[in-house]
Design a protein around this ligand. Structure first.
Ligand SMILES: Cc1cc2nc3c(=O)[nH]c(=O)nc-3n(C[C@H](O)[C@H](O)[C@H](O)COP(=O)(O)OP(=O)(O)OC[C@H]3O[C@@H](n4cnc5c(N)ncnc54)[C@H](O)[C@@H]3O)c2cc1C
Length: 448
């Protein structure tokens, strides 16, 4: 197992070379690209997945590992319900322990207004017959032992799950390869080759691949890749700091959060911790370009975002990051194999402090790791999953907005059917690309 977080120093598992042609090319080896490749390969469709760095080295291994239906946007729910079933099936098929456990997800309420918000979700939960329920203060204290604070109550969904992202996504990639997908790491897709308004292939740093269908599932890099071809998506990314404790006694076997602290039991007996609700946005040209589309999110949570005026060099929205390049010259993608932001030391300290304040009995437990991750977000906090109307054969599945791990296999299945021209079985109109340009008001999904 490579060290974590994965970096470009980790050994390449899929060296290539890429083929000269493939029916489908997928740009991006995160959970979305990997599961789409898996479902296409299962239907014997020749598919090649290109990953500029290492499979799952960006968001798909750095995330908290929550697989939740609870608190989801109403239009995402049917897909995440399917995803929960697929997680079980794929975990079996993998034949590896990916840490999948049905241990529940719980949101803790500090105030009546939190409980009122939970009530709103209860109406959606009832439509889908979820096992979500509200708890009073005593029931909450019983569910999570040893908390120093008494909460107003909680909302909990016992059927929600957890998995270890850094085990799960590489295992799913191995399964995809066993089913016939081709994966090439250390291989950036530089540009598309277009002819008469259609995709003809992809230029990579290792040569040209002829392909009639391309899926862009590049996480935080999708907007940069697509913009060069005249496809604009208002995607930004924010930095989040996460920490892991060493093994400690269990206080709750699932995942829980309030406004201050989020914690999730891990397979190794530790907890993965993060601060509730605050992230850092590095300002670059796209942040200004798309500012008006993000105003509703900003108004909804004015203090949730902190700002840093300069996106670091080489980042997707860096001031000096090139927006145009030739197919035969190095692109920004291969210049940054793995987007590996540092964790914020002050955040790590506050995460540790908040966790220990909530569980004073564990004053001596130490953090064993901390890492940063860039979450790719859309203005309405729901993804783009669509066929690009202006370019035949081009598909996009990105902007998972901080909750793409849990829903990942569901999106992968949906996109694989979309590519094959099959019915997807879900209403995807909420996730259409044109919503940002057809005069539709921004309809905010639930915040992270
Ligand atoms: C700290 C943190 C906590 C989170 N917690 C949760 C959680 O608990 N539950 C949940 O459901 N979600 C969570 N998320 C969100 C979840 O991790 C993401 O939504 C999901 O992993 C996105 O998957 P993806 O495949 O779209 O993108 P990514 O995992 O980012 O993968 C995209 C890949 O594309 C590659 N790529 C980009 N451009 C190119 C190119 N031109 N050529 C080749 N390769 C390219 C990149 O190198 C990258 O590996 C969290 C995210 C973070 C950062």
């Amino acid at each position: 197992m490579p060290t974590f977080p994965f970096t470009e120093a980790d050994p390449i598992q899929y060296p290539g070379p890429p083929p000269n042609a493939s029916e489908v090319v997928i740009v991006g080896g995160g959970i979305i690209g990997v599961t789409t490749a898996l479902f296409l390969a299962a239907r014997n469709i020749p598919v090649t997945l290109l990953e500029k760095g290492r499979v799952a080295a960006e968001q798909s291994s750095r995330n908290w590992g929550w697989i939740r239906k609870q608190g989801r946007d109403a239009d995402e729910l049917p897909i995440v319900i399917e995803a929960s079933r697929l997680w079980r099936q794929l975990a079996e098929e993998c034949g590896e322990d990916i840490g999948l456990n049905q241990t529940g997800v719980t949101y803790l309420a500090n105030a009546d207004k939190d409980m009122a918000k939970f009530e709103e979700f209860m109406r959606i939960a009832a439509i889908h017959e979820l096992d979500t329920r509200l708890l009073d203060a005593d029931e909450t204290a019983k569910l999570i032992s040893g908390m120093s604070r008494r909460f107003k109550g909680a909302m909990t969904t016992p059927s929600d799950m957890r998995a270890e992202p850094w085990l799960a996504v590489p295992a799913l990639a191995r399964l995809a390869v066993r089913k016939g997908a081709r994966i090439v790491e250390n291989c950036a897709a530089r540009t598309l080759e277009l002819s008469a308004g259609r995709v003809k292939g992809v230029w990579t740093e290792a040569g040209y691949i002829g392909a009639s269908t391309v899926l862009v599932a590049g996480g935080a890099w999708s907007s940069l890749f697509l913009r060069r071809h005249g496809v604009a998506i208002p995607q930004l990314s924010v930095r989040v700091t996460t920490a892991a404790t060493e093994p400690m006694p269990e206080v709750y076997s699932g995942a829980a959060a309030d406004d201050h602290i989020a914690f999730r039991r891990r397979q190794d007996g530790g907890y993965t911790l993060a601060a509730g609700g605050s992230h850092l946005l590095y300002l670059g040209p796209d942040a200004f370009r798309h500012a008006t589309q993000y105003l509703p999110a900003l108004r909804d949570n004015p203090f949730g975002t902190r700002y840093f005026p300069f996106a670091p060099s080489g980042y997707p929205d860096g001031w000096s990051t090139p927006r145009d390049w030739a197919p035969d010259s190095a692109s920004p993608f291969e210049r940054m194999r793995v987007l590996n932001p540092a964790s914020e030391p002050a955040k790590l300290r506050s995460i540790e402090r908040n966790f220990k304040q909530l569980f004073p009995r564990f004053e001596t437990v130490r953090l064993k790791a901390g890492w940063g991750g860039m979450i790719d977000a859309m203005p309405d906090v729901v993804p783009v999953v669509d066929r690009v109307q202006a370019v035949g054969g081009l598909f996009v599945a990105t902007g998972m907005s901080g909750h793409g791990f849990g829903i990942g296999p569901g999106i992968g299945r949906v996109v694989s059917d979309m590519i094959q021209g099959n019915e997807t079985g879900h209403d995807l109109s909420r996730f259409r690309l044109s919503r940002f340009y057809d005069g539709s008001p921004v309809r905010l999904g639930p915040a992270l």
